[in-house]
Design a protein around this ligand. Sequence first.
Ligand code: PGA
Length: 253
Amino acid sequence: MRKIIIAGNWKMNKNLQESIDLANLVKRNLYNVEEVEAVLCPPFTSLSDVGEIVVNSNIKLGAQDCYWEKEGAFTGEVSCGMLKSVGCEYVIIGHSERRQFFGETNEIVNKKVKAALQSGLKPIVCVGEKLEERKSGKTFSVIKDHVENSLADLTREDMLKTVIAYEPVWAIGTGVNATKEQAEEVHKYIRGLLKDMYDEELADAVRIQYGGSVKPDNIKELISEPDVDGALVGGASLKADSFADIVKNSIKK
Ligand code: PGA
């Protein structure tokens, strides 16, 4: 059984006090929800404080990025060990904004994924096609490239700790989510790739989230698809009510 995982990617939003307030509200709203794994991914500057709020609760902490080196002269970067030390369990890697605005390639993503796993973090690895790629029929080839190369050379054990987030770039922050059929088609395809890369048992066990304009009122139908195991939520994770409602509405009955 794959446990549903809903992660809130706050992106570059929320100063320290706003982060503390939001985390406290989310915690209060979700105190009795055990069926779904909820993860908060605040900016680096708030990780430590949000970590203290959610420690010993049912809510997990995640970072939005990491660097692959352990330490040293890499001004501005944050290592996986540092993220662990403030209580992170997860780290988002290869978000389309990192790929688009900061030049992250599959090779860079792969280095980060390996470093995260080595230090005991669980990576949430983002893959997804751009609008023009979808329009020109390249969705599956882009997904294959992202999955095979971002996740290259992972042991079976490491792959089982990894979460994949399918985030069509055209759906991120646009208010236009993929339909449940569009999401399921790609999720199923990704599971098929995992089967080819490993085996059926592994493919059945890895969780695949959908991301892109997820809201309390569309999560129910997205999550009803057999291969959709949760969501990576941007805009709607910035308000406690909407994030908590997404988590609650994702409980598969
Ligand atoms: P969105 O962002 O929910 O605001 O579309 C999703 C994401 O970028 O992870």
